[in-house]
Design a protein around this ligand. Structure first.
Ligand code: UFG
Length: 328
């Protein structure tokens, strides 16, 4: 299938691009390279452009006879979305509406959308099923939920087939493609802990050890980025006009911040000193997926179900690329 991946030079998008590429699909990446990396994209498969450039999007869709879109391009720093919501609303909502307009004009009617567990806010029930109320607690989560609503309405009115995939904590790195995680600045737990093992940081700060969890630190559901990629491929296969899929993507297993640090100690052999800090604003104590619906609907099963194997794949990338991609 001929598929356009917006944000395909970013972390999750590039893993999906390589997975699709290796599975024999014709992939084309559309990315403004503000967060993404040219080196993460399969050769000759990149169009550099802005989501707001609706005419470039439309001509790209037409010229390459694109049959479906995977939409990863978004700003995704929860903290920045609180201090600078304008660019989040502009990019994540207005940018996506521009993409949806271009798709309608070019008669492309299938899309897989990167949504997030942040649309649930502070859930009442954990593990979190798709039945849980979506009540985000930050602008990032609001922008993603707004697009879920738009997709539902476009599906109803225009016959758009869509899958909104609600990621839990994307992590790890590809084992068979030359790509991994490189955010600047880095805010995510696993790469930050591995920077300690690389000698780039003295310690890892733990944001709160007084949560109502077994060891007092926050629990998250870390899902390998290649497993996210394979779920996209499976979701795409299910899309027909007016299909509406809303699915959690997680392993169903929680790991606490301390358990992540311990897994990193075992994998790297480094003592990894920790410093206890206060809670980070907006962190729910526990976010773990009930991922049964994705399994039933897509026949999808994550390959990586334990935190140590996820950390080991991340470590292989970070050891080989201590400064990330070399393109900036
Ligand atoms: N943490 C630390 N120290 C650090 C960094 C993180 O203790 O230096 C803790 C956080 O407090 C949190 C856990 O490690 O409890 C994971 O934090 P991340 O920043 O790696 O990930 P989040 O769970 O905050 O965020 C992820 C995605 C977001 C998404 C969110 C949904 O990165 O895009 O899940 O809640 F919105």
């Amino acid at each position: 299938m001929r598929v356009l991946l917006t944000g395909g030079a970013g972390y999750v998008g590039s893993h999906a691009a390589w997975t699709m590429h290796r599975a024999g699909h014709e992939v084309l990446v559309f990315d403004n390279l503000s967060e993404g990396h040219r080196a993460a994209v399969p050769e000759d498969r990149l169009v550099v452009g802005e989501l707001m450039d609706r005419s470039l999007l439309e001509s790209t869709l037409r010229q390459h006879k694109i049959e479906a879109v995977m939409h990863f391009a978004a700003l995704a720093y929860v903290g920045v979305s609180v201090t600078d919501p304008a660019e989040y609303y502009q990019n994540n909502i207005v940018g996506t509406l521009s993409l949806l307009d271009a798709m309608r004009a070019a008669e492309v009617n299938r899309i897989v959308f990167s949504s997030t567990c942040a649309t649930y806010g502070e859930p009442e029930q954990v593990p979190i099923s798709e039945e849980e109320k979506q009540s985000p607690i930050n602008p990032y989560g609001f922008t993603k939920l707004a697009i879920e609503h738009a997709l539902s309405d476009y599906s109803h009115a225009y016959g758009l087939g869509y899958a909104a995939l609600r990621y839990f904590n994307a992590s790890g790195a590809s084992v068979d493609s030359p790509i991994g995680e490189d955010h600047k600045p880095e805010t995510h737990l696993i790469p930050l802990v591995l920077q300690v093992a690389l000698g780039q940081r003295e310690n890892i700060k733990i944001f709160g050890d007084d949560y109502p969890t077994p060891d007092g630190t926050c629990v998250r559901d870390y899902i390998h980025v290649d497993d996210l990629a394979s779920a996209h491929v499976a979701a795409l296969k299910k899309l027909e006009p007016s299909t509406a899929l809303k699915l959690n993507l997680g392993t169903g297993n929680g790991a606490s911040v301390m358990e992540v640090v311990e897994a990193c100690r075992r994998v790297t052999g480094h003592p990894i000193p920790v410093v206890m800090e206060g809670r980070r604003e907006g962190d729910p104590p526990e976010l773990v997926a009930d991922a049964r619906l994705a399994n039933q609907t897509l026949g999808w099963q994550p390959k990586y179900t334990d935190i140590e194997s996820i950390v080991a794949s991340a470590w292989r990338w970070h050891e080989a690329h201590p400064d990330g991609y070399e393109d900036r």
